[in-house]
Design a protein around this ligand. Sequence first.
Ligand SMILES: CC(C)=CCC/C(C)=C/CC/C(C)=C/CC/C(C)=C/COC[C@H](O)COP(=O)(O)O
Ligand SMILES: CC(C)=CCC/C(C)=C/CC/C(C)=C/CC/C(C)=C/COP(=O)(O)OP(=O)(O)O
Ligand SMILES: [Mg+2]
Length: 315
Amino acid sequence: MPPAGESESAEGPGDGDAAASGNGPAGEASAESTGTARGLLELTRPGNTVSAGVLTFTGSFVAAGVFASPFRVAAAVLATVFATGAGNAVNDYFDREIDAINRPDRPIPRGAVSSRGALAFSVALFLGAVVCAALLPLEALGIAVVNLLALVAYTEYFKGLPGVGNVVVGYLTGSTFLFGAAAVGDPFDRSVLVLFGLAALATFTREVVKDVEDVAGDREEGLRTLPIVVGERVALGVGLVAMVVATAASAFPYLESGFGIAYLALVVPADLLMLAACVRSFADPSVAQRRLKRGMLLATAAFIAGRVFMPAGPI
Ligand SMILES: CC(C)=CCC/C(C)=C/CC/C(C)=C/CC/C(C)=C/COC[C@H](O)COP(=O)(O)O
Ligand SMILES: CC(C)=CCC/C(C)=C/CC/C(C)=C/CC/C(C)=C/COP(=O)(O)OP(=O)(O)O
Ligand SMILES: [Mg+2]
């Protein structure tokens, strides 16, 4: 009997749908392949995948402007999109039993994609990331190799260690900016390093809040996440402190790096939204983690706007 949520052979919705649909073998095959394709796309969490690509583009843009080397920027964005999609897919593969409790609507527990299909799909995406990253300067390739290893190792080795998994996902998210900057030859641009720190801290906080949201399934699977080890309120307090540090540090690009009023006009509301979400997380972690994500996306727009309207420096 396969673990909960693993269909024994069906790649898509149950075989019993044929009679119900009344479309015969051709219609049934088409519906099934459409369901599987939709399930595979969903495995990549396209919103995150596209966002990660935007972060990489932002890293290149903030470091050197995109017209410095458009081919490398395109290769870096594609590498990140493939890698993030692969990381999300392999995470669902390893999480399939926890997700049957925490996220029964995810593609594998609901039967839209088989676990074997999800694993094969993530391997194909990882290979795509490697091919794209191999076209980039050594510093960028180095970041990609570290990240790809971390993505594969995350669920099996880091996720169940209190706080460690949250730090790894925070690093991975922040590293997209470094990766974009490294692709255009400037991985240590000061503004990009600040972006890295902000994104890592903000993502760490959101991951802690998500762990509080997932305590039931994680505890059942024996994971030792931060809220399970230190308690939910202490964990949320740690997340709040990290977010306070990040929002305070978000003043640096304005004070130190020439990001002007356009940056401020967007990052201040983003900071306020994220701080308010951290406070809300003590009452409702599900609402809070979604608001944190919106604040982080708004903050990303702040960096892009700040760079576009920066008084000096090439676009
Ligand atoms: C203080 C301040 C200004 C912070 C903002 C820093 C910043 C620019 C953050 C960017 C974060 C962002 C938009 C990330 C893109 C999406 C992504 C790759 C997130 C990684 O999330 C992993 C997560 O576990 C996925 O879970 P879910 O979103 O629920 O599918
Ligand atoms: C720059 C390069 C080459 C790679 C970067 C890759 C990026 C941006 C990764 C971002 C973080 C990410 C997408 C991690 C994948 C694993 C993942 C989804 C972690 C969170 O999973 P869980 O802790 O199981 O939480 P949920 O599955 O409930 O969301
Ligand atoms: Mg998961």
